[in-house]
Ligand binder design. Sequence first.
Ligand code: NI
Length: 139
Amino acid sequence: MSFVKRFGVSMDDVLLEKFDGLISEKGYKNRSEAIRDIIREKLVSDEWKSEKGEKVGTVTLVYNHHKRGISDSLNGIQHHMNRYIISTMHVHLDEGNCLEVIVVKGAAKRIMSLVDKLIGLKGVKHGRFVMTTTGRDIV
Ligand code: NI
């Protein structure tokens, strides 16, 4: 069980002005929620540096399925690494372009190796990996 605690933060006024500009741009209602999100972001990125525990993330890929061999290669990698893949969503964007979102889960090292294989595949026009959290250790 967790409790809400209040604390004061001292900050240079120029830095605080910049922070306020940033959070209003992002649509935060107050500084507290912005600070909580920044802390969570740091905790998640640190979580990924640890060898321990399961990590969760998403890989987003855009590619042209007419490109020779790419569909087979993508399928091959995903079948081979299926124990690290929870789900894959495929969207046919137009006649040629496909968007794939792959949800991955497992040890950081394995996941990063899978991600590098997917994003580095010849024919992938754009690839982005988002590290997130299982949510177990984040309040
Ligand atoms: Ni498609």
